[in-house]
Design a protein around this ligand. Structure first.
Ligand code: SF4
Length: 278
């Protein structure tokens, strides 16, 4: 195991709408389920068509989704939605209750209105995009990652400094997950930035003028990650993503809660796993 320190700090966390631990003590089962779902769908459909279907199903209004689901000839839509609910509902136990309690004052914060079905479709789309893009990501001339602040050790006076795209961790301690992840990513040739929540568009605009390929690794809660990955994809950058184990920041919970990720799974994706893509 590459991360003996991380093993000690990795513990189940609950989020406002989801937790990748389900009812277990690791997130292995979650990542394994996603890969199995993709393998199953991939026997009948291309990865590109699955991404298209996920996007359509997660964006159309609820009423239309019901109508699409009831169409007898929409085999793929039915298969995806049924399969996902059967396999992934265990990871989204609070999504329905969260929506019922949500204040209309949050109307402008689109991401907190993510439905349970959208969570599932995003989980699938993130897994498919990773499978499609991992090799191109590895081949990019410049590779960057955006990490969220909620992985930081809140007791410390952070020494991160602004560089190029955003703040870069100075690895001031061994007890901070951002330091551990940044160090691991550096060894893989990926520069990690602590994302301050700024729009990605100006960053991409600036990079487009440079003559080098850019690969982006996003780490965020599932709804935020999906937004960011789609934005990168649309802007023409090679994007992969790794979800936070739960959604626990103030945007979701009202107050800040420390978060974690499954670094072993991140390592698997970046350096070990062989994916079926044809
Ligand atoms: S390890 Fe990095 S992110 Fe964590 S407190 Fe130190 S400088 Fe900040």
């Amino acid at each position: 195991m590459t991360f003996p320190f991380f093993r000690n700090t990795y513990s189940p966390v609950q989020g406002q709408t989801y937790s990748l631990f389900g009812d277990g003590i690791t997130t292995y089962q979650y990542f394994n389920s996603i890969e199995k779902i993709i393998d199953e769908l991939f026997r009948e459909y291309t990865l590109e068509s699955l991404v298209g279907e996920c996007r359509e199903l997660s964006q159309i209004p609820f009423l239309k989704r019901v109508l699409v689901k009831n169409k007898a000839d929409n085999h793929l839509s039915n298969k995806i939605t049924d399969l996902l609910f059967e396999k992934l509902a265990i990871y989204t136990p609070n999504a329905g209750n969260h929506l019922k309690k949500l204040s209309w004052l949050k109307l402008r914060e689109q991401v907190v209105w993510t439905t349970e079905k959208q969570h599932h479709l995003y989980m699938l789309e993130i897994g498919i995009l990773n499978r499609m893009n991992i090799q191109n990501f590895q081949d990019c001339e410049k590779k960057i990652a955006f990490l969220p602040y909620c992985l930081r050790d809140e007791c410390l006076d952070c020494k991160a400094k602004k560089e190029d795209f955003d703040k870069v961790c100075k690895e001031c301690t061994k007890s901070c997950l951002i330091g551990i992840i940044s160090n691991f990513l550096k060894k893989q040739g990926v520069t990690a930035y602590i994302w301050s929540g700024k729009s990605l568009k100006p960053i991409f605009k600036r990079h487009h003028s440079k003559n080098e390929t850019l690969g982006v690794l996003g780490i965020a809660c599932i709804p935020e990650l999906m937004n960011g990955m789609r934005m990168c994809d649309k802007a023409g950058f090679t994007v992969i993503g790794h979800p936070l184990n739960a959604n626990r920041c103030a945007k979701w919970m009202g107050t800040w809660h420390q978060n974690n990720i499954d670094l072993v799974q991140l390592e698997e994706m970046l350096i070990k796993k062989q994916y079926k893509t044809n």
